[in-house]
Write a protein that binds this ligand. Structure first.
Ligand code: IFM
Length: 443
């Protein structure tokens, strides 16, 4: 199977950026050369990671990064999206760690030498543990520490970076990490979810000011994930349930960026669950952004629930990926067109999209036609949104290679490149060949 878009698609143009994405904790390994982070602690807590694994080895990218740059170049992509490990580049006292900084400057220099645009995310979930010990994202002070880290690291990187994102998926850090506890740091209190989300957004606003000052020539923005919410039936109660879920899980993170407030659902909160918001916070949060990064994987369907307001229903018998997420590409188009209608969006990069599949390495090959079908359908869904007027300017496959999939450990494979964790051999899957051929065929 090939990736096929309509002949007149704007995505065939060289002006459209195609890339692959990774994140520090998921690929780097080399834990001895950095401070401990919240994911080290979480992995060491029994029962948190399905295969009891951790990030100590991962894809050994710190050791193998030169080969990985060769791999990226071999795919013919325009761009590589990576994240910086805060605990690798900063000492406890808040000064830069030159060894950690050198790892990234060497990597960025090599990518630039090969003409691969560098998309850098400053925070993809690996908060230094000593900051968590002081309250982590529940402590307002962490937002200011993040801005300080952003200031120092962007000065050190100089003009090496094409694009900076402050955060990757603040929803996951706050909701999964502090509200339901399935991600690090594993806290499970409703009020914690909302408070940490507010501090993450505040940190984004503070850091945006730093980025625009230190790196005015970069494309600076934020990456948000969205799981579009649909109602199980047309009943008014279910429609309202889906709207509430959407406000809580999706709009919560984007609305303050443009409208300087949280969605209406905040009025339903009990007093003890209200986040503390200081005067002027929304003005800090709503900094102009040069781009919005959107991560999309699946949708969710909701019905009314008298106890909680909304509850998600399992889409039994619908096609799903190996991680159990429904495959429903139409919702990608719906998402992009609805956000376009709701907000004055800057140019959009799809900063993540992809699928975990039950890959089999047979005689040195992985024939992942299921993943390839997913990519084909979702790239066409993006194209449909562009045809309806949405300004999408780039797309990144998640992920360059199989890696540590958080609470799932190494059990779920999202890569277009297969990683044998024993030997660290990388093998291009059929999806990688198709992505490469599609990108290289552009006029
Ligand atoms: O692997 C993650 C990534 O770190 C953030 N976005 C979703 C991916 C798949 O779960």
């Amino acid at each position: 199977m090939k990736i096929m878009l309509p002949a007149d698609s704007k995505m065939h143009s060289k002006a459209f950026t195609f890339g692959v994405a990774t994140a520090s904790f998921q690929i780097e390994g080399a834990v001895d050369y950095r401070l401990p982070c919240i994911w080290d602690t979480f992995c060491a807590t029994p029962g948190k990671i399905r295969d009891n694994s951790d990030g100590s080895q991962a894809c050994e990218h710190v050791k193998l990064w030169r080969e990985d740059v060769d791999l990226i170049e071999s795919l013919g992509v325009d761009a590589y999206r990576l994240s910086i490990s805060w605990p690798r580049v900063m000492h406890k006292d808040g000064s830069l760690n030159p060894q950690g900084v050198a790892f990234y400057t060497d990597l960025l220099d090599e990518l630039n030498r090969r003409g691969i645009k560098t998309f850098v995310t400053l925070y993809h979930w690996d908060l230094p543990q000593h900051i968590e010990d002081n309250g982590g994202w529940l402590n307002r002070e962490t937002a200011y520490l993040f801005a300080d880290y952003a200031d120092k690291i962007t000065q050190a990187f100089g003009d090496r970076v094409y694009s900076y994102a402050t955060f990757n998926e603040p929803f996951c850090s706050s909701y999964l990490g502090y509200e339901i506890g399935v991600h690090a740091p594993g806290l499970a209190t409703k009020a914690f979810g909302r408070q940490s989300a507010h501090h993450l957004l505040l940190a984004h606003g503070l850091a945006m000011k730093v980025l625009q000052k230190n790196s005015p020539n970069s494309q600076n923005g934020i990456v948000l994930n969205f799981t579009p919410c649909y109602s199980a039936t047309d009943s008014a109660a279910d429609v309202e349930a889906a709207s509430k879920a959407d406000q809580y899980f999706n709009q919560w993170y984007i609305k303050p960026l443009f409208d300087r407030c949280y969605p209406e659902i905040i009025n339903d909160f009990a007093t003890e669950d209200m986040p503390v918001i200081e005067q002027g916070d929304f003005d800090i949060i709503a900094q102009p952004i040069d781009f919005l990064g959107i991560n999309f994987y699946t949708r969710a369907v909701y019905k009314a629930d008298p106890a909680t307001g909304f509850s998600q229903i399992d889409m039994v018998d619908k096609p799903k990926t190996d991680i159990g997420w429904e495959i429903y590409p139409q919702s990608f188009t719906d998402l992009l067109t609805s956000l376009h209608a709701l907000y004055p969006l800057p140019p959009i990069y799809i900063t993540e999209n992809g699928a975990a599949m039950d890959d089999k390495l047979i005689e040195g090959k992985v024939d992942d036609q299921d993943r390839l079908e997913y990519y084909n359908a979702h790239l066409n869904a993006v194209n449909n949104a562009i045809e309806q007027g949405v300004n999408v300017v780039g797309y990144f496959a998640w992920s360059l290679m199989d890696n540590f999939e958080w609470a799932e450990g190494y059990l779920k494979r999202f890569g277009i490149v297969y990683v044998d964790y024993e030997t660290q051999k990388r093998t291009l899957k059929a999806s990688a060949h198709a992505y490469r051929d599609f990108i290289n065929a552009r006029k």
